[in-house]
Design a protein around this ligand. Structure first.
Ligand code: SF4
Length: 420
């Protein structure tokens, strides 16, 4: 936990606790891992920590700092580095004055012997966003090189801001010639996700980055993509980033861009991250040369899907139609599965996922952490449709794997060389 100066300390006689909806679990070295490099610790304002009193064998909410009576005490949460899915949320109770937490995931964390520990599970060991391999000075020299190579390209200029100001790992990887390069293109979206990173209208929550304010031309997109593909092995270029709306809203531009890229090279994987709302647009992009698609989803129960995505002009059935088209075309399809312990690991969500997978045998689930206030999210979802006690994220991962052994687990879009 932390004091009002943000100083983190542990408390003799108490164990850290993980939360999943209304279930609270004391953390130990069996249900936690050493905190992954690059993870960040956060203090949660206007909230009190829930801890486990080891001698009295009971949960306790601490209202003040035992070392400074009368002074507040704050829960601490971990924003784990990419590649890890959280199994528990930091355990806390809200004060009456509490407002929404900003758009991060709030994993449970503790301390043991000489290290912080996270309630998280490794789902992808690839070093794609390992900050130790992404030195700032290398990014800056990459930016200078691209400025010389494509001075007029507005998308190159936008990616500079992503890499240098927002610290976006995908943006940095373009300038570092590594793995996957982002191709943000769309200013528009036909969903209103509760946790949209690029647009929060009439909301208590600040968005994490500004949405792209122009539509790059097919030529500008292709220049970035071809440059990346020609200098990176097993490269991937991806439409649908955190700093834009949904790429299917500008399918005509993307279709043209894909044709230019494919007229220049057959190398590289062209991927689109999307809400999957427009089946016809998906078909056009596949016919143009798209290799893979990743569709974001929080629940396979249409009511809970709708409560989070708040679609404007489409429904969950359109998303399923898109998946059907991709599967029939034999293209690689991943789910960007937004996980929140206490909701995603409930029997109802597990059953809905299983039922869906039987009908739509997608290739991969990317287990992602939902970046949204966990208590407010679970409340919203449970008020939409009743859910029973969570089975645990670890149990969820092993049950789905057992039921669908060929299903890939990961965190990042794979290159086509790894599809099989
Ligand atoms: S689909 Fe993407 S861009 Fe659209 S509202 Fe949701 S998070 Fe935002």
């Amino acid at each position: 936990m932390a004091n009002q100066n943000g100083e983190i300390f542990d408390l003799e006689g108490y164990a850290a606790v993980g939360m999943a909806g209304s279930s609270f679990v004391p953390l130990d070295t069996n249900n936690t891992i050493k905190m992954p490099y690059g993870s960040e610790l956060m203090l949660l304002p206007d909230r009190k920590p829930v801890l486990y009193n080891i001698s009295k064998k009971r949960l306790e909410t601490l209202h003040e700092n035992p070392f400074e009576p009368g002074k507040p005490l704050f829960p601490v949460a971990a924003f784990n580095s990419p590649g890890y899915v959280i199994s528990y949320v930091s355990a806390y109770q809200e004060n009456k004055s509490a407002d929404y937490l900003p758009l991060f995931s709030y994993g449970a964390a503790g301390w043991s012997k000489d290290a912080f520990r996270s309630a998280a599970i490794l789902v992808d060991s690839e070093k794609r966003q390992d900050l130790r391999l992404m030195k700032y000075e290398d990014v800056v020299s990459g930016v200078k090189k691209m400025r010389k190579k494509m001075p007029a390209n507005r998308l190159r200029k936008h990616l500079e801001k992503c890499a240098l100001e927002y610290g976006c790992p995908a943006g940095k990887n373009f300038f570092l010639s590594r793995f996957e390069a982002p191709l943000p293109t769309s200013q528009y979206c036909n969903a209103r996700c509760l946790g949209c990173l690029s647009l929060q209208k009439n909301s208590h929550v600040p968005c994490s980055q500004d949405r792209i304010a122009f539509t790059p031309s097919p030529e500008e997109i292709a220049e970035i993509a071809i440059t990346h593909i020609n200098r990176v092995n097993n490269s991937i270029v991806s439409f649908g980033q955190g700093c834009e709306g949904d790429p299917l809203m500008v399918a005509d531009v993307i279709e043209e861009a894909i044709k230019i890229i494919r007229s220049s090279t057959t190398k590289g994987t062209i991927n689109v991250n999307t809400n999957g709302s427009k089946p016809d647009a998906v078909k056009r992009l596949i016919n143009a040369g798209l290799d893979s698609i990743r569709i974001s989803i929080n629940s396979f129960q249409p009511k809970c899907y709708t409560a989070y995505f708040r679609p404007v002009d489409y429904s969950f059935s359109d998303v399923k139609k898109s998946m059907d088209i991709v599967l029939k075309k034999g293209k690689f399809i991943s789910l960007n599965y937004l996980n929140c312990p206490g909701f995603t690991d409930t029997p109802e969500e597990l059953e809905a996922l299983t039922g869906f997978m039987e009908q739509y045998p997608v290739n991969m689930i990317q287990w992602r952490n939902l970046n949204f206030d966990p208590i407010r999210y679970v409340e919203r979802m449970h008020s939409t449709s009743p859910h029973s006690m969570p089975a645990g994220v670890k149990t969820l991962l092993s049950r789905i794997k057992k039921r669908f052994p060929d299903l890939k687990y990961g965190y990042f879009n794979p290159p086509k060389e790894h599809f099989k």
